[in-house]
Ligand binder design. Sequence first.
Ligand code: NAD
Ligand code: GLY
Length: 355
Amino acid sequence: MIIPVTASRPYDVVIERGALARAGERIRPILGDCRLGILTDDTVDALYGEALIASLAEAGYDAVKFTIPHGEESKNPENLFAFLSFLAENHLTRTDALVALGGGVVGDLCGLAAALYLRGVPFVQIPTTLLAAVDSSVGGKTAVDIPAGKNLVGAFWQPSLVICDPDTLLTLPEDTFRDGCAEVIKYGVILDGAFFERLKTPINSAETVESDLLDAAIARCVEIKRDVVNEDEFDRGLRGLLNFGHTLGHGIEKESNFTVTHGSAVAKGSVIAAKLAVELGLCGQTVVDEIVKILTDYGFDLSCPYSAEALYSAALSDKKRAGDNISLVLPETIGRCVLYKMPCADLLPLLKKVL
Ligand code: NAD
Ligand code: GLY
């Protein structure tokens, strides 16, 4: 499957089993002759580093590789500058390119390095987590974290190609795979009710991860994200819908000292958002019930032992706050969400009602 994206830089998203072994031949028509600087993490390197380098060598590419420790803590300015220095020490030039092999951490950091190195070089995303396949590898948001907050330093920099090999997802730990499912379900809730229905056959069952159902689900998410990005690349309106469950989810991650994973926090945040929508008269209780049922079937723990005050104060520091107002993504039906702007002061009493 090839899904074209027409943002400020048009590119294809290739979704194909076995694509990692053919990465070199996919890259050649896009980048031509050049040297490549690969960024990966230690876990992904051990699993797929050799296969990528072999495929690039077969297509005639000379590649150098920089490896960071796995995990969100690595998405920092120190590793960004270490990677940039590595590229310079290896004499990569403006006609060369970068390759991100890994999950969202590697993709976000490599993308930002590509935006900065020599004032911008092309890069290729090879996502190896479900979250990266359906979300972070597409759309050109790149970033690192700083002590003041996550993703606070970044740039919009679109990749030149995305190569997703669903076979690489088979080695993901169960929890990491499930985390990605929260993002997949998100696309159904915000923009595609029929897709939500199809997801009721869980894509994280042992049989489905090896079947076309997983590939089709990834493709549908990429199409939805592509349509949103084509319309609002620089996140001035519609793209905000992709944050369904995230504003409250970020608060939950923070309150739990990051012991609740991102996907799990988004799942809890999605249920709270739906309950807020009921309180505000935007939707009926069946929307909450549908979201709770599908997330429970996927194995998410939806309990939320955090106070309304704690989540409210975390929501106030979210990027979606503008002055005295905050925008929440709230469902009207399954498959249609709105950006609902409200005075920050109204949120606390509402949260107290639903928690
Ligand atoms: P991640 O990159 O940390 O990967 C999760 C874990 O899975 C890591 O330990 C990694 O080593 C391991 N892993 C990766 N691929 C594997 C594989 N195939 N088999 C076994 N293990 C594997 O996390 P993530 O969930 O992929 O991404 C989260 C990041 O993405 C966050 O930093 C978030 O801010 C960012 N993000 C960005 C966007 C965007 O639009 N740019 C969107 C959503 C999330
Ligand atoms: N993941 C949110 C976005 O790409 O806008």
